[in-house]
Design a protein around this ligand. Structure first.
Ligand code: MRU
Length: 353
């Protein structure tokens, strides 16, 4: 993605391996949209923490980061006598860092194949994995743009742009591809409490000049009932064999209301998000995050122009913070994949090959 860093235009992915400094680097998403900052992870342990703290987030980007993290551990421990024990432990820590996205295990297993080959090969494989994800984003854009027509109002939830998919994005990719073709439409961006990934969506759409309006999550039903939403496109963190999707908390509410008003509802994702080994959404582990994310909000101080966190509840208020929910397959109109727009019946056929 093209970014202005220190006054210069640079083309950066969400996460990459810096071969000169031998470290994983990523765009720190916790600083956006107020500041573009590069975060460096010099050990695999730092990379685990970057995933846990959501400096990098979005299922496919998490997968790519985990792949780099394991490659990094292979490099760190290669010459040590307890090499296998140490890389196995790194694998487990990375696997547990965010439990819902299957992309994470995909990335780890891809690199694991090279852990007896060489440290350099592990890096090459992590780079291939990351590159493949971003190329799939490009394909998703080409495939999904057929759904978008002039003057449509499209609603999206959470954030599915380049930052979430190494590059190009998943659900956002069709919007960009269509906009670049000259089609003009408007996007409603769910704010997506509590982590406010809508800020990232708004920031990315702004880079392309795409017309959009941010709404509180709770406003979406009202918009749908007033005929102001023609299409919903969002991402997925894990898609099970039967077509159920785990996605950012609030997706299920949207799907139920969209279904009530017969509004087309699509999920876009790369191959790494499809999980043929999990039969239905009830088997997915839903990550529960720290409740501090609910009672503290990060923003820009109007006086100092620095980023601060403020409490919006008393500290001991009981909160509950599931990060994802599961939307059953029957509520989806289809799946936007690099292989075309698929029905739930198509999924098993395409992904079992
Ligand atoms: O918790 P996050 O921010 O890592 O959640 C992931 C998401 O951004 C969404 O759920 C998204 O739809 C899938 S990732 C492209």
């Amino acid at each position: 993605m093209k970014l202005i860093v220190n006054g210069e235009e640079v083309d950066l992915p969400a996460v990459w391996w810096n071969s000169e400094q031998k470290m994983v680097q990523l765009i720190d998403q916790t600083k956006l949209p107020f500041q573009i900052a590069i975060h460096s992870c010099s050990t695999y342990h730092h990379t685990v923490n970057a995933i846990k703290s959501m400096k990098i987030r979005g299922a496919p980007s998490i997968g790519a980061t985990a792949a780099y993290g394991l490659a990094q551990a292979i490099n760190e421990f290669w010459d040590e006598p307890e090499y296998l024990t140490k890389v196995s432990s790194a694998y487990d820590q990375l696997l547990l860092s965010r439990p819902t996205a299957v992309d994470l295990k995909r990335g780890l297993d891809h690199v694991k194949k090279s852990w007896a080959v060489s440290p350099d090969e592990a890096i090459v494989q992590a780079q291939k994995f990351a590159h493949n994800i971003s190329m799939q984003g490009k394909k998703i854009g080409e495939v999904g743009k057929s759904l978008i027509r002039e003057n449509m109002n499209i609603l999206t939830h959470c954030h599915t742009g380049a930052l979430a998919l190494v590059d190009h994005g998943s659900a956002i990719a069709p919007l960009i591809a269509s906009w670049e073709d000259g089609v003009r439409f408007h996007v409603y961006v769910d704010e997506t409490r509590p982590r406010m990934q809508g800020r990232l969506t708004s920031w990315e759409l702004t880079q392309y000049g795409i017309d959009h309006t941010v709404i509180c999550d709770s406003a979406s039903g009202h918009l749908m009932s007033s005929g102001k939403v023609d299409l919903i496109i969002l991402g997925a963190d894990r898609v099970t064999k039967n077509g159920d999707i785990a996605n950012k908390i609030g997706t299920h509410n949207l799907a139920v209301i969209a279904n009530h008003y017969s509004i087309p509802f699509y999920s876009a994702f790369p191959d790494t998000t499809f999980d043929i080994n999990t039969l239905t959404g009830t088997e997915i582990t839903i990550e529960e995050r720290n409740t501090q994310e609910i009672y503290e909000i990060r923003g820009l101080s109007k006086t100092t122009r620095t980023q601060i966190s403020v409490s919006v509840y008393q500290e001991n208020t009981h909160c509950y913070n599931p990060a994802f929910d599961v939307t059953p397959a029957e509520l989806l109109s289809g799946y936007i994949t690099p292989h075309g727009i698929l029905s739930k019946e198509d999924l098993g056929r395409v992904y079992s090959n």
